[in-house]
Design a protein around this ligand. Structure first.
Ligand SMILES: [Zn+2]
Length: 92
């Protein structure tokens, strides 16, 4: 299965498909991260300075409505972020 590692996110929240309201530092700015992707305020505020997988696991386990949005948004997608979402979805 081809995975697009260079995929560029535009015009919507890269995590949940919600509105593009801010730019999220995938690795927290406070931890030296510089790379950003479009994000909604809701995801950005909740993710705060957590690591990507740490945050996704927290959403999976404690915020089912948002997790459904994220999983739905990444269903059948094959970019680098979708792969991480799928990893977290199926790990136990
Ligand atoms: Zn979002």
């Amino acid at each position: 299965m081809h995975i697009d590692y260079d995929y560029i996110f535009v015009d919507e929240c890269s995590y949940c498909g919600g509105p593009y309201e801010c730019d999220d530092h995938v690795r927290a700015y406070s931890k030296g991260g510089v790379f950003t992707i479009p994000c909604c305020d809701e995801c950005n505020l909740n993710k705060y300075n957590k690591g990507l997988k740490t945050w996704l696991r927290e959403v999976r386990d404690y915020w089912p409505e948002k997790w459904d949005e994220i999983v739905g948004h990444h269903y059948r997608r094959r970019n680098w972020l979708s792969q991480i979402v799928h990893d977290v979805q199926y790990e136990y």
